[in-house]
Design a binder for this molecule. Structure first.
Ligand SMILES: Cc1cc2nc3c(=O)[nH]c(=O)nc-3n(C[C@H](O)[C@H](O)[C@H](O)COP(=O)(O)OP(=O)(O)OC[C@H]3O[C@@H](n4cnc5c(N)ncnc54)[C@H](O)[C@@H]3O)c2cc1C
Length: 386
């Protein structure tokens, strides 16, 4: 006999878990199906930054503010486990006077959107970050948000889903979706049995297009690789999350300053993020690829870039590297949407912000499923906007 559920969520990354959390919290009988263990995909191969430092002004920044406050609320008031939440604020660095002027403009735009940030001059910056290269000119400080361990966050969300009555089917692969004669969602087929349901949320990250194909829905999500260096835990690199201003350009597909061909080819920039375990995460890259193998040309260039900002990194042992595949959407905005198939929803394409955006995305899908007014206008996230 098939099992039945009010809703099935496909994918146990931060986005799928956030969907299951909201649906279970509102009393729906929900089953989350994940082909590996929880947080088996991109959500375990990323940083855990939840700051509002690199969004375009206006509606996009306002929505990110809401997204970050949802994460903070979950971490501080809802989840029962410690997720290594750190809220020391962050610095966006300006290398020289010209970048400092650009930074001032960005800071003013963010302040106009109500984001808590301010300019920090050279003296104050170097007092706060003594390991920085002496010529770094200044920074914007952002104080809203924080960082966390996405893996701990994922497992804490999983525990919460189960404590709210939701079911999680680990190591279970979705192999098909059957539609009813009227074209609506009818049944999810897995390699461990079927689930009869009226609502399916495709939260399978870079694999969401394959799930969409099962019901004839095209999802324009591609893979955008990013690498990270992990430092030994005996050394403290920075006191807070720090990135170069060029990182904002990279995340938004703008051209970098300078003529370093490797950096241009692989979108290499500098960031460093302290973690609860004291292993600093270092570096940023962004290029289309479909595998998560280490590319030494990339990691070498990332290390070189990091040493430019924190020269002491030259003497720090890098204990490992890893890479993840960002679920990339054509306009860098997530897809949080109903589809032409009644009952089939897409929650994917979160690019470089799925940890920060996951909880809000899950709430919006829950509101659509329950027919409630959504917290934000949904046109920007609609699948058929492309
Ligand atoms: C290097 C890097 C740094 C990043 N830094 C940040 C950051 O600082 N802050 C931030 O907010 N975001 C960051 N991101 C982005 C963030 O990691 C992603 O947006 C987010 O993890 C996507 O989550 P997801 O749940 O959609 O996908 P995933 O975590 O990939 O989850 C999808 C799940 O679906 C499962 N699945 C696939 N097919 C099936 C099937 N047929 N049946 C069952 N299950 C299936 C997979 O096993 C997987 O676990 C970063 C990404 C990278 C690569």
């Amino acid at each position: 006999m098939s099992k039945s559920a009010d809703a099935v969520v496909i994918g146990g990354g931060i986005v799928g878990l956030s969907n299951a959390y909201w649906l279970a919290k509102r009393g729906l009988k929900v089953v989350l199906v994940e082909s590996g263990d929880l947080v088996a995909g991109t959500s375990a191969r990323c940083d855990g930054n939840n700051y509002i430092c690199d969004t375009a002004p206006g509606e996009i920044t306002q929505t990110m503010k809401l997204a970050v406050s949802e994460v903070e609320n979950l971490v501080k008031h809802e989840l029962d486990a410690d997720v290594d939440w750190i809220e020391n604020g962050m610095f966006t660095l300006a290398e020289n006077e010209e970048q400092y002027e650009q930074a001032k403009k960005q800071c003013a735009e963010k302040q106009a959107d109500g984001v808590k940030c301010r300019m920090v001059d050279r003296k104050e910056l170097h007092e706060a970050e003594p390991n920085l290269a002496p010529d770094i000119y200044g920074a914007i400080e952002f104080t809203e948000g924080g960082s966390l361990s996405p893996i701990l966050f994922g497992f804490a969300l999983g525990d919460k889903v189960e404590s709210l009555g939701g079911e999680i089917w680990r190591f279970t692969r979705v192999i098909g979706i059957e539609l009813n004669p009227d074209g609506s969602v009818g049944k999810v087929l897995t390699d461990k049995g079927d689930i009869v349901t009226k609502h399916v949320v495709d939260a399978a990250g870079v694999w969401s297009p394959a799930i969409g194909k099962m019901v004839g829905v095209d999802i324009p999500v591609t893979m955008m690789k990013g690498d990270i260096l992990v430092a030994e835990s005996d050394v403290k690199v920075s006191n807070r999350y720090v990135c170069e201003i060029g990182y904002n350009f990279l995340r938004n597909d703008m051209k970098l300053d300078g003529d370093d061909a490797i950096r241009q080819k692989y979108g290499i920039g500098f960031l460093t993020e302290p973690t609860g375990a004291n292993n600093a995460l270092i570096g940023f890259s962004k290029y289309p690829a479909t595998d998560t193998r280490t590319n030494f040309e990339v990691t070498r260039a990332m290390a070189k870039r990091a040493i430019r900002f924190y020269p002491m990194i030259a003497n720090v042992n890098i204990i490992r590297t890893y890479a993840g595949l960002r679920p990339w959407s054509p306009d860098h905005e997530p897809i949080i949407s109903k589809t032409k198939v009644p009952g089939f929803y897409v929650c994917s394409g979160h690019c470089g912000s799925g940890i920060a955006y996951g909880p809000l995305s899950g709430k919006l899908i829950m509101q659509m499923i329950l027919g409630e007014e959504t917290d934000v206008k949904m046109d920007r996230f609609d699948l058929y906007r492309f």
